[in-house]
Design a protein around this ligand. Structure first.
Ligand code: SF4
Length: 815
């Protein structure tokens, strides 16, 4: 075979996607990296001294340990660390391409700038850091003097619990604004479902490596779901010829994704019906008596019908699923056969350690809250909560809290005013942030209620599934400040840019990689000196607070961001547990199963801190299983199929109808199905558009390393055209042929793409990849394909109020 640039790179990505975090592809990669030094398109590093720097990748919440090879001061290659427990030796394609995000000057801001051209044109002029800070602190001081601090808002894309996210939230509170918003994320849905049913706040922790049956409700295990380095490694183990136990992967997916194609079983349920399927499976497990009676009878609340203290009779989860989710009915909703649902239920319940997991695609966007609750309920039904191979319930990471800031009268008055997005209000009591509602509020009012918007590690103008509503809202906001290191779509709308370092130039933390089954705190460190005049946003916020002065300055007594990290890390030391060194001999998920008889591997805080700084790792392999008497923090002290938290919210004045709940009575407090697909489709929009994600196409805030564009097939991107996957039968109904240009139109917008007729796509649906359609960055990213987010109408997920992005009614035609 002739080795071309494209098929060489596809070989590398194939290695990652197909999986294989066995050492072989990585060894080959290494060899090829040396062999290809002579190819003209591979940048040839200068000759010089070789060295390695270790760090942690913070490009996604996966928290992989990385090793960066350097020649003199230049980083030339990123690979996975074998002495890091998350991703022993492997990383994902985006992580492999990370050097382009460091060295590609055309996609970065090289210093502070202010806008000189029209909004969105990306025309800026350089200014000094002194001037940049003077402009922003002056603006904040003016808002405070006028008593208008609630006209300040911030959008934060950092993972919740990281020190950066705490610093940003603290800055807003110290100034006096309640409007700290986060980009919608699956973590929010995990945490809310856990809060409503388990009463706990710690991140969702799936013990995948110890499970023998994984029922994945649309999770793109090979598309970058969870902590991708960890999941890819686990997949390699599940499919190793030398595996000691067998693990069965069942993928529920409306299209033949990479995960579906390589799973042991692919179940093609209609998209958006995953919650109904979970409840149908629950019906069979209950009907056939296959549930865990000990767990359900002693540690769960709301399973059987009961009578409350006021003498009222209540319907329990058992009656609900038996009455409403029989396989025949669920089959009509999901498009599966009743026998398939029965077989799935039996396989799931009979497995020794089955686990059902949620979060569509990469799990980066928020999910359907009722669906997540139904899936969590399924795990409780088989008693696989806090057992090896199940959903583990933890306390949050033992990091020290930052001291409460001492707020002045201006800040106190500002914080008493309601949030602009209504998150946490009676209307949306279970959400902490609703960025989609902020855009609506800004667009609904004549004058924007937001005067100054700060944007951190987020690109909502591109990533928010809202038909471009956020972009329109940005146009109305008088002053926008971006802290992005990249020339992304949102930063291009900014009036002032205070660019952060990129991830390879700074110290930052990872507070528990997404979905990991044990507590882990990671620290990245600079592997090269900052290339340009950028500054760490944590340091900038401290400087900014000092310029505003008064109680705002007092809220930030630290010298720099690293001293805040150090203060938080004291809690890790004081917990008396944890390790800062991993030798790779026993995987943590195995150690965790052996028992909790271990102690910390450091003696003093200084020792722990130095090792944390250099190794980037603190983790705790200690876990107590089956302690169901104490782990649930719900009002009943049990796992709640019937959520007391929802009932309490209703007693406190929440109108569930206004929150999108249409069912009546006790059903409203339990996992159930709200949205009917039949009602979404209309004669004008007879198809549904479903976005999907790929591991070699970044679809979030971080731009795609241009290198990865070369890994795409000609049926994914052809010159500047991206493709929609359509089943040949559906395409035939519209007289559409392979490769033809088509127009897809929804009530929110229209896009032009090419058609890829794909047998693996469910008939009646149009599948569009997320990650294309940038209008910003450089020639490799700009104008390539279309962004499905532009089609998604701003619907709301019932109960949570988050954007409902997983199915949008559309029509298609030849262009
Ligand atoms: S999976 Fe995430 S953390 Fe790991 S290398 Fe890829 S981008 Fe980085």
């Amino acid at each position: 075979m002739e080795i071309t640039r494209r098929n060489f790179i596809q070989f590398l990505v194939g290695g990652a996607v197909g999986l294989q975090l066995t050492p072989i592809p990585w060894k080959l990669t290494d060899d090829i990296a040396i062999w290809t030094q002579n190819w003209p398109w591979v940048p040839v590093p200068p000759t010089g001294a070789f060295s390695f720097e270790t760090s942690v990748c913070t490009l996604c919440p996966g928290g992989c340990g990385i090793k960066v090879r350097k020649v003199d001061d230049r980083a030339v290659k990123i690979e996975g660390r074998t002495d890091y427990p998350v991703n022993p030796g492997g990383i994902c394609p985006v992580g492999m391409g990370g050097l382009q995000l460091l060295y590609d000057k055309s996609i970065r801001f090289t210093g502070p700038m202010k806008r000189v051209g029209p909004r969105g044109a990306g025309e800026f002029t350089n200014i000094s850091w002194e001037e940049a800070l003077r402009i922003l602190s002056g603006r904040l001081s003016t808002l405070r003097k006028k008593g208008q601090v609630n006209a300040l808002a911030a959008v934060d894309g950092n993972t919740r619990g990281t020190t950066m996210s705490l610093m940003i939230e603290r800055s807003l509170r110290a100034v006096g604004s309640p409007n700290y918003l986060r980009t919608p994320h699956a973590e929010e849905t995990y945490e809310t479902s856990s809060r409503l049913m388990q009463g706990t706040e710690a991140p969702m922790a799936y013990d995948l490596e110890n499970a023998d049956y994984i029922l994945s409700f649309g999770c793109g295990l090979l598309e970058g779901w969870g902590a991708p380095g960890r999941v890819l490694n686990a997949w390699g183990m599940w499919h190793s010829e030398h595996k000691e136990r067998s693990t069965r992967i069942v993928q529920i997916d409306p299209r033949a994704s990479n995960t579906a194609s390589k799973a042991d079983q692919w179940v093609a349920a209609r998209p958006g019906t995953e919650g109904a399927l979970a409840l149908g499976i629950a019906h069979v497990i209950v009907r056939e008596g296959m549930y865990d009676r000990d767990f359900v009878d002693h540690y769960a609340f709301g399973f059987n019908d009961w009578r409350s203290g006021d003498g009222k009779s209540h319907t329990g989860f058992r009656t609900l699923v038996l009455k409403k989710y029989a396989p025949e009915k669920v089959a009509r909703i999901t498009g599966l056969k009743p026998g398939d649902i029965v077989a799935l239920a039996r396989d799931f319940a009979r497995a020794k350690s089955p686990v059902a997991i949620s979060g569509k695609g990469k799990g980066a966007l928020n999910g359907d809250l009722l669906e997540f609750m139904a899936i969590l309920g399924l795990n409780a039904l088989v008693g696989n909560i806090n057992r090896p191979g199940g959903v583990l319930v933890h306390e949050p990471l033992p990091l020290s809290p930052l001291p409460e800031p001492d707020m002045d009268a201006i800040a106190r008055a500002g914080l008493e005013k309601g949030r602009l997005d209504q998150a946490g209000s009676r209307r949306y009591p279970f959400s902490r942030s609703l960025l989609n509602r902020l855009s609506r509020t800004v667009l609904a009012e004549g004058e924007s209620p937001v005067d100054t918007l700060l944007v951190f590690s987020a690109n909502p103008a591109f990533t928010l599934p809202d038909g471009g509503a956020f972009r329109k809202a940005l146009a109305k906001i008088p002053f926008i400040v971006s802290f992005s290191p990249y020339r992304d779509e949102t930063a291009n709308m900014a009036d002032l840019v205070l660019p952060d370092h990129t991830y390879l130039e700074k110290t930052d933390d990872i507070a528990w990689p997404r979905g990991l089954q044990y507590p882990l705190y990671g620290l990245s460190r600079p592997v090269v000196d900052p290339l340009y005049q950028t500054r760490h946003t944590g340091d900038v916020l401290i400087r900014l607070a000092k310029s505003v002065g008064g109680s705002v300055a007092r809220a930030f007594p630290w010298e720099n961001f690293t001293s805040v990290l150090k203060d938080r890390a004291k809690g890790l030391f004081e917990s008396g547990r944890g390790r800062v060194h991993y030798d790779g001999s026993t995987p943590v998920w195995e150690e965790q199963r052996i028992g909790p008889d271990r102690t910390a591997d450091y003696k003093t805080f200084d020792e722990m801190w130095e090792k944390l700084l250099s190794g980037g790792l603190w983790y705790s392999p200690v876990h107590t299983y089956k302690n169901w008497e104490t782990i649930f923090k719900t009002p009943s002290g049990k796992f709640e199929f019937f959520s007391s938290a929802i009932e309490l919210a209703v007693r406190g004045g929440t109108d569930l109808k206004k929150a999108g709940i249409r069912v009546e009575g006790d059903e409203a407090f339990m996992p159930h199905v709200e949205i009917s697909q039949a009602k979404l489709k209309t004669s004008s929009y007879p198809l549904l558009m479903v976005p999907y994600e790929m591991i070699n196409l970044a679809s979030g805030w971080i731009p795609d390393p241009p290198f990865l564009k070369k890994t795409l097939f000609d049926t994914q991107l052809l010159k500047n055209d991206s493709f929609a996957e359509i089943h040949p039968k559906t395409a035939a109904e519209y007289h559409i042929r392979q490769g033809e240009r088509i127009v897809i139109e929804s009530p929110a917008g229209r896009v032009h793409v090419r058609a890829n007729l794909f047998e693996g796509a469910m008939p009646g649906y149009v599948f569009l990849p997320l990650g294309f359609g940038h209008t910003a960055y450089d020639e490799f990213l700009q104008g390539k394909g279309e962004n499905p987010n532009d089609l998604i109408a701003a619907g709301e997920d019932p109960l949570s109020g988050q954007p409902a992005w997983w199915q949008t009614p559309v029509r298609i035609a030849r262009a």
